[in-house]
Design a binder for this molecule. Structure first.
Ligand SMILES: [Zn+2]
Length: 293
């Protein structure tokens, strides 16, 4: 099976993106895996995906448990499913993820000052390289909001510049850059009701991509971005695209539907509509992310 590095090199060359989806329980994972297997079968090729777990999600499942779970699924289906330690804020948790067999680790120092972010990210890179040099390390600059939930007011976004991106990449040695380019974590209430969408700064993506010599980049907070905005961002250089809030919303609606079956108490039967809902969202996103050549 290809390594995540090989997969990202390929996506970068083809101007496609690897879809990244967060999980905190088995139903969502099942929905994601069934979607990627279905699409892979349909297209006659193995479509790679990244499963993300934030610090909270990792704590809920267990960092070693999620490592073992993803490895087992990868083996069982012989499919390129990779695991990312999403938004890791402490160096201890970077170490724990590296030891638990994660394929990628995002050290997120974006809440720190720029100087402090560089310093801490550089330390995170050294820790990971010391444990397993193959692990892909990502760093984040700018500010795109903190949580993948439904929010009332738009956070004060701080967009990244090409100058910051060059300095950050050169001084930290990360493999992947997560810049702020108009993307945002979470969903605004107007987005849920279909009255607003996110707008990415495609020119800025191109500029940053050129400034860092075509290195890998991640688009965070992808939920509720318009399809043509997504494809333009991928064509401009995004290598990984994160979608989480959309899945959480689809999951919640499915659980509500499942609970309407008054006499049903089998958890996997109550969860069934949420698995279907998640699967539909993932299928649509994967088709889009893998459609550009
Ligand atoms: Zn994120």
């Amino acid at each position: 099976m290809k390594s995540l590095r090989e997969t990202l090199t390929e996506a970068n060359a083809n101007h496609t993106a690897v879809g990244h989806f967060n999980i905190s329980e088995l139903g969502t994972l099942r929905g994601i895996v069934s979607a990627v297997r279905e699409l892979s079968q349909e297209q006659g090729k193995q479509i790679p995906i990244l499963i993300g777990v934030s610090e909270g999600e990792r704590e809920f499942i267990g960092v070693k448990a999620v490592g073992a779970l993803i490895h087992a699924i990868r083996e069982e289906y012989d499919h390129p499913i990779y695991l990312n330690a999403d938004h890791t804020h402490s160096l201890d948790k970077v170490k724990a993820a590296a030891e638990a067999g994660f394929d990628e680790i995002l050290f997120d120092g974006s809440a720190l000052s720029f100087e402090e972010n560089i310093k801490k990210t550089k330390e995170a890179v050294a820790i990971v390289r010391g444990i397993h040099p193959e692990i892909v390390v990502e760093g984040e600059i700018g500010f795109i909001g903190a949580s993948s939930e439904i929010i009332e007011t738009k956070p004060e976004l701080v967009l990244s510049t090409a100058e910051e991106a060059i300095r950050f990449m050169n001084e930290t040695g990360v493999d992947v850059l997560a810049p702020a380019v108009g993307n945002m974590h979470g969903l605004l209430k107007e987005m849920v009701t279909g009255n607003a969408q996110k707008h990415l700064d495609i020119g800025r993506i191109q500029e940053i991509k050129a400034a860092i010599g075509g290195k890998w980049m991640t688009l965070h907070g992808g939920s509720d971005t318009a399809d043509d905005n997504f494809t333009a961002a991928i064509a401009a250089g995004m290598t990984i695209v994160h979608v989480s809030s959309e899945l959480r919303l689809a999951w919640r609606h499915g659980v509500e539907q499942g609970l309407m079956q008054q006499n049903e108490i089998a958890p996997y039967k109550i969860m069934a509509p949420s698995v279907t809902n998640v699967s539909k969202v993932v299928l649509g996103r994967l088709k889009l992310f893998n459609s550009i050549s």
